[in-house]
Write a protein that binds this ligand. Sequence first.
Ligand SMILES: [Zn+2]
Length: 310
Amino acid sequence: MEKQLLVIFSLAFTLLQAQEKPVIDVQDVTRIETTLASDKMQGRKIFTAGIDSASVFIENEFKQIGLEYYDKLKSYKQEFTVGSNAANNVIGVLTGKTKPNEYVVFSAHYDHLGTITKGKDKVYNGANDDASGTTAVIALAKYFKALNNNERTIIFVAFTGEEVGGFGSEYFTNNIEADKVVAMFNIEMIGTESKWKKNSAYITGFEKSDFGVILQNNLKGSDFKFYEDPYPQEQLFYRSDNARLAAVGVPAHTISTSKMDQELNYHQLSDEISTLDLENMTQIIKAIAISSASIVKGIDTPTRVAKLKQ
Ligand SMILES: [Zn+2]
């Protein structure tokens, strides 16, 4: 074979290989999810050693990815107190290339319910709630770092205290200029198939802004479909960490696959990694990445949510 041709062939082969190894892959998703949901993390309850080890793990992931610190923080930890107890969110940033003062937030809560003292299984692993969302936030951080073309600043947040009233998202909301937050993708329980089966999810508070329509447009031509929340009676829009930012006008919505009428492991000891579909979960994370593209690039700006009167 001619040398030049050989070079071209091997280059093409390398490109093909590069395409075959996507940034968001099931092995990495499995590694992160398995760690967060392990018994070692003791159910990640706020104010415990278990959640501290989860925080350290997420901080290390952010460091390895090469995220920046948020605002004036000196680490990835956003620390605060509740009464006399210390708690922290974990935050990493990719500064926008041309619109650094416009923020897109990807978030999930890394806390869960902790342990019980009696019985064979003592740990609320919270594999779906919300180790799955936290895994997505880390995987998306890696993805956007690799793309390296975000025009807007992306803020990746793992919130604490969601299960006990949303302390983490409350503190975060009180310490950010809400007007600068263009959109929030909060991710909750994406580890099981949605009611429409694979490659699909829903968006809470769909009618409150045009966030959902923008996401749907970005998914046109892909294998994925996002729907309006089919469980309006559950009031999911007000039951996760998006609610605090939404209350001050941010198009802050939660993306989930959870079948709220038949999710038997919800808030049970049985919310274990063995109940998750990690392949589908990986696909959902890809879908979230694709759905957010025009917002991250600064092309689309969702309409604001009506503020809650104080
Ligand atoms: Zn949750």
